[in-house]
Design a protein around this ligand. Structure first.
Ligand code: FMN
Length: 320
C-alpha cells in the first residue's frame, strides 16, 4: 500500500514551510548565521531564535548544560542569556536577508519573554519591526521566575493578559505561545491563549526542573543547581500534552519535545501537531538532523501510503 509521491510542505499561520521540522528556540543560540545554517545546511523548514527580553541579560555561569547519560536527554539552565531585543531584531533582519538571498523559504520565528505582560508587549513591538514570520512568547522557562514567582504558563489569566497586550502591540505578526509541560492545567492555559487571540501554541518547553549530582563533588553539577530536562526523556510527556491540546484547540500546535527521528515526528503529527520542533537532537545527530528526520518521514510515509503530512495530523485520535 505504498504511495509514489510524498509532499512534506506544510503551512503554519499563513507561512509556507518546505517541511514540518523547526529548529526549537535556544538550542543554537542567538546569531543570524547559525539560524541560516540550520535552514541552509541543516534542512530545517523554519528556525526559531533563542528567547530574548528587553535588556541584554547574562544568564547563569557555567556549567549550564549537561547530557544525561544513557538517555539521549539533556538538562540545562542557561538562564535565558541574550543580547536584548534591539540587537536581536538586527540579527533577525540579517538572517532574513541571508535566507532571501539564498532563495530559501524558511520562515523565521522570533522567541521572546518579559517579566510582565507590558514587557512582553514592548519586546514584541521591537521584534515586529524586523518582520519575523511568527512571534513565540516564551511564558514557560522553568529556570527563571516571573514577577508572579512562577512561570506565567501556570496561570491562564496571566497568559490572557500577555496575549492581549502582545496582539495589541504587534497585531500583524501571528503569535504562538510556548507552553509548559509542568503546568497542571496546560489545556486551560492554551484555551485562554486561544480565546485571547493567539494564533498557535508551541508545546512544550523543558520539563522539571531536574537535578544532576556529582557523587564525588558531593554537590549539584549545574551552577543553577536545577535545570530543565529535554530530549528523549521528555517525548512521552510532550506527546501527551499535544494529544490533549489537539482535542480542545482550533489553532495549530508546534509539537516539541524529544523529536529525534522521522518516526518521532510522525508520532507527534499523529498526536495533533501541525509541525515539529527539534532541539536536543541537534546535539546528538548534528545540524543535518532536520534533513535526516525529513528523509525518514518521507520513506515511512511512502511505505505506509501517506502523500502529505497534513493527512497525518491528529490521526491518533479516536474517530468521531
Ligand atoms: C540549551 C537549551 C536552551 C534552550 N533555550 C530556550 C529558550 O531560550 N527559549 C525557549 O522557549 N526554549 C528554550 N529551550 C527549550 C527548547 O526550545 C525545547 O522546547 C525543549 O528543549 C524540548 O525540545 P527537545 O526535546 O527537542 O530539546 C532550550 C533548550 C535547550 C536544551
Amino acid at each position: 500500500m505504498g504511495t509514489k509521491i510524498v509532499k512534506l510542505e506544510t503551512e503554519l499561520c499563513n507561512a509556507r514551510l518546505r517541511n514540518p521540522t523547526i529548529l526549537a528556540s535556544g538550542v543554537l543560540g542567538v546569531s543570524a548565521s547559525v539560524l541560516v545554517r540550520a535552514a541552509r545546511e541543516g534542512g530545517a523548514g523554519a528556525v526559531t531564535t533563542k528567547s530574548c527580553c528587553l535588556q541584554p541579560r547574562r544568564g547563569h555561569s557555567n556549567p549550564v548544560m549537561l547530557p544525561l547519560p544513557r538517555s539521549a536527554s539533556f538538562i540545562n539552565a542557561v538562564g535565558l542569556s541574550n543580547p536584548g531585543a534591539e540587537e536581536e531584531a538586527r540579527e533577525i533582519a540579517a538572517a532574513k536577508r541571508e535566507l532571501d538571498a539564498a532563495r530559501l523559504r524558511a520562515p523565521l520565528i522570533a522567541s521572546f519573554f518579559g517579566a510582565s505582560a507590558a514587557e512582553f508587549a514592548e519586546v514584541a513591538r521591537v521584534l515586529a519591526a524586523a518582520k519575523p514570520s511568527l512571534l513565540e512568547a516564551n511564558v514557560s522557562c522553568p529556570n527563571v521566575e516571573s514577577d508572579l514567582g512562577r512561570p506565567f504558563a501556570f496561570d491562564a489569566r496571566a497568559c490572557t493578559r500577555i496575549v492581549e497586550e502582545v496582539k495589541a502591540a504587534a497585531p500583524r505578526i501571528p503569535l504562538s505561545v510556548k507552553l509548559s509541560p509542568n503546568a497542571p492545567n496546560i489545556v486551560d492555559v492554551a484555551l485562554a491563549c486561544e480565546e485571547a487571540g493567539a494564533d498557535a501554541v508551541t508545546a512544550v518547553n523543558t520539563l522539571g526542573p531536574g537535578m544532576v549530582i556529582s557523587a564525588e563533588a558531593h554537590a549539584p553539577v549545574l551552577s543553577n543547581k536545577v535545570g530543565g530536562v529535554s530530549g528523549a526523556a521528555l517525548k512521552p510527556i510532550a506527546l501527551r500534552c499535544v494529544y490533549s491540546l489537539y482535542e480542545k484547540l482550533e489553532i495549530p500546535i508546534i509539537g516539541t519535545g524529544g523529536i529525534a527521528s522521522g518516526r518521532d515526528a510522525i508520532e507527534m503529527l499523529e498526536a495533533g501537531a501541525s509541525a515539529v520542533g527539534i532541539g536536543t537532537a541537534v546535539y546528538d545527530r548534528g545540524l543535518t538532523v532536520f534533513s535526516l528526520v525529513c528523509e525518514e518521514m518521507a520513506s515511512w510515509m511512502k511505505e505506509n501510503g501517506f502523500g502529505r503530512t497534513s493527512d497525518l495530523v491528529g490521526l491518533a485520535h479516536e474517530k468521531k
